[in-house]
Design a binder for this molecule. Structure first.
Ligand code: AMP
Ligand code: FES
Ligand code: ZN
Length: 300
């Protein structure tokens, strides 16, 4: 197979685009996909400071690398979740990348800074680990961005992630989540803008990007996520994609183009009831925000 761009020998095939690429042209293609996504969805503009949340995995490190290459003013944020060896190693990969690129990595550590870790905290709060983890991430990414004066938080969610979340939300008709499942969540009182610039790249492509760009990343998945519903949705979509390449992208981008607006009024109503958490000041619909509730239970 030949490279679509330079006609040299291809090293990777992307079936959904019906195209092959050589190494250099594939890296160029990934940069272009991210550049286009940022432009099309007005994710960030000149003079803005971006904080990219990096887990040490392929997606977020590829994203950081691409944002740096595209000339964005971008620092990394690593959140230590206290998940044993997995967290120790993922932090090491994030630090090594920052050192190699001479980039700044902001670090927040749940055990050191907040006195609990995800395994113990989720058990104490009777929550599944991924739920305690997800709400801690959302809260602390936002907190770190506000504290550091960043305009936008970028995460490494890719096409596979977003299609799987969409699939789960559709299976349950979780209309409130559907109303918020956008690649950009605009800033509002107490919240910085959240963006997902990798939605045009599949998981396989971010892995290939890292290999071809010489980026070391943690290959293991989080041990607490094993067997969760999200992984089941991913596998289901993978087998459909295998039969008909392009289905995931059609599902996700079709939703954005033709369906997501139908659900936004519902999401807007829910946002109206926000007030400041009495404990930390973060916007919340209750008296105490979900993170402070978790903190309270996890520490007792
Ligand atoms: P996940 O929820 O693990 O699929 O991760 C989704 C995105 O959240 C990643 O691509 C990162 O941008 C971010 N992320 C996940 N874990 C961490 C972490 N420990 N520290 C900073 N960012 C993270
Ligand atoms: Fe959050 Fe695994 S990374 S529970
Ligand atoms: Zn709070």
């Amino acid at each position: 197979m030949k490279c679509r761009r330079c006609r040299g020998p291809a090293v990777i095939e992307v079936r959904r685009h019906n195209a092959g690429f050589c190494s250099d042209c594939f890296l160029h293609h990934c940069h272009e996909q991210v550049r286009r996504t940022i432009d099309d969805f007005s994710m960030t503009g000149a003079g803005e400071r971006v904080l990219v949340a990096v887990s040490g995995g392929k997606d977020s490190l590829a994203l950081w690398d691409i944002l740096l290459d595209l000339g964005h003013d971008v620092d990394g944020l690593y959140l230590g979740l206290g998940i044993g060896e997995y967290s120790d190693q993922s932090g090491d990969y994030a630090r090594a990348f920052a050192a190699r690129r001479g980039a700044k990595l902001v670090e927040v550590d749940l055990p050191a800074d907040y006195g609990f870790d995800i395994p113990a905290g989720s058990a104490a709060a009777h929550r599944v680990p991924c739920s305690a983890c997800g709400l801690s991430k959302r809260h602390l990414f936002n907190r770190a961005a506000l504290d550091g004066g960043y305009d936008v938080v970028a995460t490494g969610h890719n096409l596979d992630d977003e299609a799987a979340v969409l699939f789960g939300n559709v299976l349950r008709w979780s209309t409130d989540y559907l109303g918020r499942q956008l690649p950009v969540l605009p800033e509002r009182e107490g919240f910085v803008r959240k963006v997902k610039p990798l939605v045009r790249l599949a998981e396989r492509e971010t892995a290939a990007y890292c290999v071809l760009a010489g980026i070391d990343y943690i290959v293991e998945e989080c041990p607490m996520a094993a067997g969760n519903r999200h992984l089941g949705y991913k596998h289901a979509l993978d087998s459909i994609e295998e039969q008909s390449p392009g289905t995931k992208a059609a599902f996700y981008f079709g939703f954005l183009d033709r369906a997501s607006a139908l659900f936004t009024p519902q999401a807007a109503v829910e946002q109206d009831g926000l007030r400041a958490c009495v404990s930390c000041g973060a916007p919340t619909t209750a008296e105490v925000c979900a993170f402070c509730k978790l903190l309270e239970r996890a520490r007792t």
